[in-house]
Design a protein around this ligand. Structure first.
Ligand SMILES: [Zn+2]
Length: 514
């Protein structure tokens, strides 16, 4: 049976929805519903009242796990723009207990001490928009814009992959993110399509396990049902409920941040899509990232769906848009008013010739902005430095003004901005007591004479200059080597499975009955 030419696969738009016989579900654990513990509240209050460069400290949970000294710290804390030489103390829970200038207290005891010898330390980067499984398909459809690229990736490969393939693809993508200094990501999982080989929640579960096994901090993006005459909101809710129950039965892991919906309202032909997604968000207190206004070719049709997002109540602080390039003033005004956000994905936007989002205008209007490296099939390196530079230079080209956006501002968006839209700015995005100790250490040798630290950091750094990557105070990557993982096997699995996930003369897989 030939593939459907239209419909939605993995969150991507096609012209007609494929017939759906069964339910697709969505799932997640609520970040909204998780109540802040008293200890977390105290740590947060502590973080607010202490000031740098005098040591910021909060009571550590047990003995210190790690002390890092002689570091040149870019904390990205709102009141600490000037970098300084100092130290970090990580508690037994993997959170920052102290961030201070100078040397650590002489009487401080820790399980490990690392002398950074002047390495530059910045918060781990956050990708607010990634498709981790796509790492298995780098370089695909090199001369295509979005529609042709989707044909090549989704119809040429993704629909032939088995659930277990998605485990290996996702594990590889997550480790590739980590290796490049990205310690947290929103992962658009490949799940809810009847035109692939994912039964029920099989692919989502495989991808969730891979996210967990990788050691990255993650939001699991869950593909909701595409509502149609044969796939009702009740069916969508049932599948989501099933996934949520499965997630809640998994071992607790602080690196799991939340589940959010990979929203598809812009690509469905019924208002019920928006209503259904809002119901699912309310039921489980979860957020939503919706691909929206990426290519110019479908902008008019997608813009016409904006009213659905407003009327359904989807548009609000827990919604953010992915790409969000071809907007108009009404959409921007309403998005700002609703405190919704967006993920800016310049590497992918450049690769697919999608256009340049007018970020200075969005920020001026009060829209919350994070940054994502997108999947490695459309932004072939998960490199936050390339992403920042590509974005910054595109904006400067757009305005023909080198003062329109600074290195500091783009660095802020790739750290704190992403933490904000991902709903985790209280725990990630900056190096402050009470937050998770996710950070990277960079060898400053490449900089030569430093005239402006943020300019050196953003303009000059290559990921090969990264000495170390820590998540929760645990060393995950050292000099480009991913630790505690069998990379030889992972690469072998991915190579074999990505080659096998192709037509190769075989019949196109039949729709999965759910
Ligand atoms: Zn995407």
């Amino acid at each position: 049976m030939p593939p459907p030419r239209h419909g939605f696969l993995g969150g991507w738009p096609f012209v007609d929805p494929p017939p759906r016989q069964e339910i697709i579900a969505i799932g997640a654990r609520s970040r909204v519903s998780r109540r802040m513990s008293r200890k977390s509240l105290l740590l947060l209050l502590c973080a607010l009242v202490v000031s740098l460069p005098a040591a910021r400290r909060c009571h550590a949970a047990g003995p210190a796990r790690l002390v890092v000294k002689n570091a040149y710290l870019f904390t990205m804390a709102p009141d600490q723009k000037k970098p300084f030489t100092g130290y970090l103390v990580v508690d037994g829970q993997g959170k920052l207990a102290q961030v201070g200038a100078g040397n650590p207290p002489a009487d401080l005891k820790a399980e490990q001490t690392w002398d950074a010898h002047g390495d530059w330390i910045v918060p781990g980067f956050l990708s607010a928009h990634s498709h981790l499984w796509q790492a298995a398909f780098r370089g695909i459809s090199p001369d295509q814009t979005l529609t042709g690229w989707i044909d090549g990736l989704y119809y040429g490969h993704a629909r032939y992959a088995q659930p277990q393939d998605y485990y290996w693809f996702t594990l590889y993508g997550a480790l590739d993110h980590l290796r490049h200094g990205i310690t947290g990501a929103y992962d658009f999982a490949y799940g809810g399509t009847s035109w692939g080989l994912c039964k029920a929640n099989d692919c989502d579960q495989a991808e969730f396990k891979a996210e967990t096994d990788s050691g990255i901090r993650f939001v699991h993006g869950y593909q909701p049902d595409t509502i149609s005459a044969t796939d009702t909101p009740a069916m969508a809710m049932a599948r989501l409920t099933s996934f949520m129950q499965w997630v809640s039965a998994q071992p607790r892991d602080s690196r799991f941040l939340s589940v959010m919906l990979n929203g598809t309202t812009a690509f469905n032909n019924t208002y019920q899509q928006a209503v259904s997604e809002k119901q699912q968000m309310d039921r489980f207190h979860i957020g939503n990232q919706t691909h929206y206004l990426e290519p110019l070719s479908t902008a008019g049709e997608e813009q016409s769906k904006f009213r659905w997002m407003m009327d359904s109540g989807l548009l609000g602080p827990t919604l953010y848009f992915g790409h969000f390039i071809h907007t108009n003033d009404f959409i921007l005004e309403q998005t700002a008013r609703a405190h919704a956000g967006m993920s800016w994905n310049p590497l992918s936007n450049g690769r697919l010739a999608s256009g340049v989002a007018d970020i200075p205008k969005y920020l001026k209007m009060g829209i919350r902005v994070g940054m994502g490296v997108d999947g490695e099939a459309s932004a072939d390196l998960a490199d936050p430095f390339e992403n920042m530079r590509t974005g910054l230079y595109a904006i400067r080209d757009l305005y023909q003004n080198a003062d329109i956006m600074s290195p500091y501002e783009v660095l802020y968006l790739q750290t704190m901005g992403s933490a904000d839209v991902m709903g985790v700015k209280d725990t990630l995005g900056s190096l402050e007591p009470g937050k998770f100790a996710d950070f990277i250490a960079i060898d400053p040798q490449c900089y030569g004479t430093v005239f402006n630290p943020y300019a050196s950091l953003v303009f000059v750094t290559q990921t090969s200059d990264i000495d170390r990557v820590y998540v929760g105070g645990e060393l995950k990557v050292e000099h480009g080597t991913v630790l505690h993982q069998d990379m030889t096997r992972i690469l072998d699995e991915v190579e074999q499975r990505s080659k096998a996930a192709a037509p190769q003369g075989q019949q196109a897989p039949a729709p999965v009955a759910r």
